[in-house]
Write a protein that binds this ligand. Structure first.
Ligand SMILES: C[S@@+](CC[C@H](N)C(=O)[O-])C[C@H]1O[C@@H](n2cnc3c(N)ncnc32)[C@H](O)[C@@H]1O
Length: 209
């Protein structure tokens, strides 16, 4: 009788995220993967017929990635960036065809250059931006602003509805907030357009997130 190799069981996504949050806190900044409703709110309004390049930063276990990859048209380059090795492994298992870079979001400029990409239509961010050091946050937002097309958007997740609205308004002329109650915890999305420019001096964020 042939012996079957023991099956390796993966912990569920919610456990992987929660256990990392317990150990790494604000570097993960989520108790659980985003809900389907939060994913849909982050994508709402994207013209998938026109989009040629969409980047996701801080993909975690991939709830937004799943919605993005199923909405994107074949001609659209989708680049997924996640720093954590375990999350990347899970993303690669789940989306074997996807372009997944295990990297720091601050390397965005070189990640785009390596792929021959110069402009991005939309950036979907799950990054805990408020807990980044201010200089790093501003550096990353500048890169994003430089690469976005004129109608492009930064779509930033939050688990603290409205709290960071002034911070994003400090960086962008136009910030729309979308509340999403069906999420653990309730959250939302800041849809940001129109970089204010190099001399914008945004207020210091509250700690947390
Ligand atoms: C709040 S979780 C969001 C996860 C996922 N997008 C979701 O909606 O469930 C933040 C994610 O950003 C990742 N992250 C944090 N800092 C990062 C950085 N500097 N570069 C790339 N990823 C980062 C974390 O590892 C984590 O997966």
């Amino acid at each position: 009788m042939t012996q079957l190799a023991p099956q390796r069981r993966h912990p569920p996504d919610w456990w992987l995220v929660l256990s990392k949050f317990m150990r790494q806190g604000t570097a993960i900044a989520a108790l659980a993967p985003s809900s389907r409703w939060l994913a849909l709110a982050q994508l709402r309004g994207i013209d998938f017929e026109q989009a040629r390049c969409i980047v996701e930063l801080g993909a975690g276990t991939g709830p937004i990635t799943a919605a993005l990859l199923s909405a994107a048209r074949p001609g659209c380059r989708v680049v997924i960036v996640e720093r954590d090795a375990d999350f990347c492994q899970r993303l690669r298992q789940r989306f074997p065809q996807a372009d997944i870079a295990q990297a720091d979001a601050l390397e965005l400029e070189s990640l785009l250059a390596q792929r021959g990409l110069t402009t991005v239509d939309h950036v979907l961010s799950g990054l805990p931006l408020p807990s980044f050091p201010a200089t790093q946050r501003e550096a990353l937002l500048k890169i994003i602003a430089r690469r976005l097309t004129p109608d492009g958007t930064l779509r930033q997740l939050t688990h603290m509805p409205w709290v960071y609205y002034p911070m994003y308004r400090g960086y962008f002329h136009d910030v729309q907030f979308r509340l999403v109650s069906f999420n653990l915890p309730p959250g939302g999305v800041y849809v940001c357009r129109g970089w204010r420019g190099a001399d914008a001096s945004p207020p210091a964020p509250n700690p947390g997130e």
